[in-house]
Design a protein around this ligand. Structure first.
Ligand code: KIV
Ligand code: ZN
Length: 496
């Protein structure tokens, strides 16, 4: 199998993500993780761009020992000098020089002729080689460049000492088969010992596909960024390229040296430092990438993981895949979750809980463990005597409130209305009117038992009558309803 080198540019192109800056210490922490993971080359920054980048590349060069540390430089002496001033401490340094080779860039941006660009490229590589044995050359906008001119430039810089030739699809213009053919053609004339690298941008959402076509056509270094960060729509995502090569090694006949179990933590670290969240359905590292919601899928995964999972979540560092309980979930998944929570229900009990679960799932996007526990607790405590049918509360500007409640008990219905100092007192007074009993309220509490805007509230009520204390509990997304249910629950206990 062919070894594919992974060149990570999270700290350079990734930092070019609009509105992202990383502190040198943050870059160092990411670099440590990249090294531990086994990344071959860490592009630590673009030193000429800012003093912060010089500092970051310097501290990373001083500390990182196993990965090559690379710094970017335009094909000009000053850039190369500054890059080397930071890279000189690295055990394995690489200077990465680039110049644009497409008509459009040469004419409008550089305002240089082909001859001038060729000469500048060759000179800069020669100059970089005077400092360092490992020099990468990138032809910016290579995929929109004249292939014959590109060949001339590549062979020229190799002659001047370049060890790695990088082919960037700078503006994400290529489509996969086209990019693959482009790389195959370049591979055909490069000397064997030269590393052929690719660097794909995601403007058309094709960065990973293009990178993989590049690998299939002879590239042996892929430039990637964690979470697909990078200029504009970003670079090919490290996690996607690496997991595709690993998962489909049959198709690629290739491997990388990465320990993929670091992927999820690295993704979270980068997302935290950059402030760029990972979209939920992002391949490999999105929170939904290993989550199943549909009943049919959950049933399949619970019977045999490989029915709906092509990768093992452990391979990217997750403990397991996730069964998300929501409105599409089935009884199998609910029962499994309840078992994990320590509940063992009969078939009949499960049916009842499942019905309640479906009602709640219609209102709430995701049913969390705490929601389930609450549902089961309510079921256990419920003594079917009085039940709340509906309630209405009006609060006036002087804070006094008026409550109307309708209850049922078997076939009978009961109505109560009352004032109170605040909505809770009015509600409790109205319930007492309806049941025609009076209790002493000795404790009342209300708390949120799940998180989020649509969280469940749980109310606890303690009532006293004839020296005995009765506790009632109620849950609802409406906190006043939870309080009413708890009050009625306590009354029911008193009746029983
Ligand atoms: O996209 C690009 O062309 C680059 C080069 C500097 C490699 O990032
Ligand atoms: Zn780029």
């Amino acid at each position: 199998m062919r070894r594919i080198y992974i060149f990570d540019t999270t700290l350079r192109d990734g930092e070019q993500t609009p509105r992202v800056t990383l502190e040198p210490q943050e870059k160092l922490r990411i670099a440590r993780q990249l090294e531990e993971m086994g990344v071959d080359v860490i592009e630590a920054g673009f030193p000429i761009a800012s003093p912060g980048d010089v500092e970051a590349v310097t501290i990373i060069s001083k500390e990182i020992k196993n990965s090559t540390v690379c710094g970017l430089a335009r094909s000009v002496k000053k850039d190369i000098d500054v890059a080397w001033s930071a890279l000189q401490y690295a055990r394995k340094p690489r200077i990465h020089v680039f110049i644009a080779t497409s008509e459009i860039h040469m004419k409008y941006k550089l305002k240089k002729t082909k001859e001038e660009v060729l000469e500048q490229a060759v000179e800069s590589v020669r100059y970089a080689r005077s400092f360092c044995d490992d020099v990468e050359f990138s032809a910016e906008d290579a995929t929109r460049s004249d292939p014959e001119f590109l060949k001339e430039v590549f062979l020229g810089v190799i002659d001047a000492g370049a060890t790695v030739i990088n082919v960037p699809d700078t503006v994400g213009y290529c489509i996969p088969n086209e990019f693959g053919n482009f790389i195959a053609q370049i591979k055909s004339y490069l000397p064997e010992d030269i590393i052929l690298s690719i660097h794909c941008h995601n403007d058309l959402g094709l960065a990973t596909a293009n990178s993989l076509l590049g690998v299939l056509n002879g590239a042996n270094q892929v430039e990637v960024a964690v979470n697909g960060l990078g200029e504009r729509a970003g670079n090919a995502a490290l996690e996607e390229v690496v997991m595709a090569i690993r998962t489909r090694k049959d198709a690629f006949d290739a491997y990388t040296n990465l320990n993929t179990e670091y992927i999820i933590n690295l993704s979270r670290l980068v997302s935290g430092f950059t402030g760029i969240p990972v979209q939920p359905n992002k391949a490999i590292v999105g929170i939904n990438a290993f989550a199943h919601e549909a009943g049919i899928h959950q049933d399949g995964v619970l019977k045999e993981r490989s029915t709906y999972e092509i990768m093992n979540p452990k391979d990217i560092g997750l403990d397991s895949s996730e069964i998300v309980l929501g409105k599409h979930s089935g009884r199998h998944a609910l029962n499994e979750r309840l078992k994990q929570l320590g509940y063992s229900l009969s078939e009949e009990e499960l049916m009842k809980v499942f019905e309640k679960f479906k009602v709640l799932a219609d209102e709430k996007r995701e049913i969390l463990d705490r929601d389930l526990i609450t549902l089961l607790e309510e079921k256990k405590l419920e003594i079917p005597v009085y039940r709340l049918i509906n309630m209405e509360i009006t609060t006036r500007s002087d804070n006094s409130s008026y409550a109307v409640v309708n209850l049922e008990r078997g076939e009978e219905t009961f109505h109560g209305e009352a004032e109170g100092d605040g909505p809770v007192e009015a509600l409790f007074n109205a319930i007492e009117k309806a049941v025609e009993m009076h209790f002493e309220l000795i404790d009342f509490s209300l708390k949120s038992v799940t998180t989020g805007k649509d969280a469940l509230g749980e109310s606890l009520v303690k009532l006293k009558k004839n020296g005995e204390i009765f506790t009632g509990r109620g849950t609802s997304k409406n906190v006043l309803e939870a309080s009413a249910i708890a009050y009625i629950n306590a009354i029911n206990r008193a009746l029983v």
